[in-house]
Design a protein around this ligand. Structure first.
Ligand code: UGA
Length: 449
């Protein structure tokens, strides 16, 4: 099938590349012309494991095209995936102006009927507005018919390609049976594993996700309800961790035992600096806003958001207790990205930590395997080091903000010899307190004695 992807950010690129790998012909466009130039030059503007090889293969097989002319791209596809950003406004409400802009482009540029799919994360009832906008902006007085569908993504940054090829579920919210049939046809190669998997080669795990057909409003709600639930789980674990500290219990023991109950599950119960990234913080806000706007009180989400914001304060309580005065101290920050295996620093807890360290007069040395390039322009006062041992040299304290596997492999004996003081404050409960203490480190983490 011929598909159009509007928006070549992380979701658009992964969606476009993987659907091309599944045999479709994909036409991608973006208002950022430099991005299109970069993609046409064979470069990938984001770091996402396996994405470069999937794109390379799709390009070689002439299955994916990047076009500056959005009209041409819109006319080329039978189905249009909207993958533009929906950032939060100051009120927390999602800013849907990019979706509105795309609706106008599609309505004015299309010459044949299209199925327009919301892939961007949008609040419930956006589909209704999108349908209205497509009709209102249409040049030919509504003679050209547009169908709308919602197809939320459940991709985790860092494992997005794997998630796309091996989904737990594919949700398609549609208005009618014909749209459901089209969406099923698009995803059939994924469900039947008819693609070259860059993650597992020929040895993909058995079992494939289910395609669920719902109403558009349900599909929109499923996305926000899922992300907000996961965020709730993390904040819950973080409050348990605070309790553990007061009581002298161990949060790892508590959450592990809780998670063994299959009704609870072990995932997303990891205590620490809390959640960041461009999904949870903005989605939880948008969901609170949506609920409020239709008269439904969602206090528990507000509490989850508050708990998450307080994690930085909790971390600084530990830093102050261990380091006493921060002014003039050399502090090494291990990890900038909001989580490992990505260069994304949006709403990354590490950046809040660094801002506060700088405010308090610390000399900050930071390291990260992928995110230095993105952080440097935002925080030019920091000294950046590709080599973590260089960042740790002469440091009065090391703060762990992202649990990169490269930091797991650090030789702390070696690092300790070059540090001014053997002090590690671990915001991700990444190391064993016992082992760190045995190596002569003062070691602090969340909810563990
Ligand atoms: C999240 C969801 O997991 C995806 O399903 C969803 O598609 C995506 O948002 C989206 O809406 O696009 P992502 O933001 O990539 O994916 O990251 P996660 O792996 O979910 O982690 C989010 C944050 O929670 C990270 O800062 C991570 O460090 C933190 N976290 C995660 C914890 O603090 N504790 C945990 O136990 C798990």
């Amino acid at each position: 099938m011929r598909l159009t992807v509007i928006g070549c950010g992380y979701v658009g690129l992964v969606t476009g590349a993987c659907l091309a790998a599944a045999g479709h012909e994909v036409y991608c466009t973006d208002i950022d012309e430099k991005r299109i130039d970069l993609l046409n030059a064979g470069k990938v503007p984001i770091y996402e494991e396996h994405l470069d090889e999937v794109l390379k293969r799709a390009r070689a097989e002439k299955k994916i095209f990047f076009q500056k002319d959005s009209g041409e791209a819109i006319r080329a596809g039978e189905v249009i995936f909207i993958c533009v950003g929906t950032p939060p406004k100051d009120t927390g409400e999602a800013d849907l102006s990019a979706i509105d802009h795309v609706a106008r482009q599609v309505a004015t540029e299309a010459k044949t009927p299209k199925l327009v799919v919301e892939k961007s994360t949008v609040p419930a009832l956006t589909g209704v507005q999108l349908q209205k906008a497509l009709g209102a902006y249409s040049r030919n007085g509504g003679a050209l018919k547009f169908q709308v569908a919602s197809n939320p993504e459940f991709l985790r940054e860092g494992t997005a390609v794997e998630d796309f090829f091996h989904p737990d579920r594919i949700v398609v919210g549609v208005e009618n049976q014909s749209s459901a049939t089209v969406m099923r046809e698009i995803y059939q190669p994924i469900l039947e594993r008819k693609f070259h998997c860059p993650v597992h080669g020929g040895t993909c795990p058995k079992g494939s996700g289910e395609l669920l057909v719902t109403t558009i409003s349900s599909a929109e709600l499923i996305k926000h309800a899922s992300n907000s639930f996961l965020a709730l789980k993390i904040s819950y674990a973080n409050v348990i961790s605070d309790l553990c500290e007061k009581i002298g219990a161990d949060v790892e023991e508590v959450t592990r035992a809780m998670g063994l109950d299959p009704r609870i599950g072990t995932q997303f119960l990891k205590a620490g600096l809390g959640f960041g990234g461009f999904c949870f913080p903005k989605d939880i806000q948008a969901f609170i806003h949506l609920a409020g706007s239709i008269g439904v009180e969602f206090d528990m989400l507000k509490a989850a958001e508050r708990v998450n914001k307080q994690r930085i304060e909790r971390f600084f309580e530990k830093i102050h207790k261990a380091l006493w005065v921060i002014k003039g101290k050399k502090v090494a920050v291990l990890g900038l990205a909001f989580k490992p295996n990505t260069d994304d620093i949006r709403f990354a807890p590490a950046l809040d930590v660094i801002r506060k360290l700088l405010e308090e007069g610390a000399e900050v040395h930071a390291t990260d395997p992928e995110a230095i390039g993105r952080t440097r322009p935002l925080l030019p006062q920091v000294c950046y080091h590709e080599d973590p041992y260089e960042a740790l040299k002469g440091a009065d304290a090391a703060l762990v903000c992202t649990e990169w596997k490269q930091f797991r492999a650090l030789d702390w004996e070696k690092a300790g010899k070059s540090m001014a003081r053997r002090l590690v404050i671990d915001g991700r409960n990444f190391y064993s307190p016992k082992k760190m203490q045995e190596m002569g480190f003062e070691y602090y983490s969340f909810g563990r004695s």
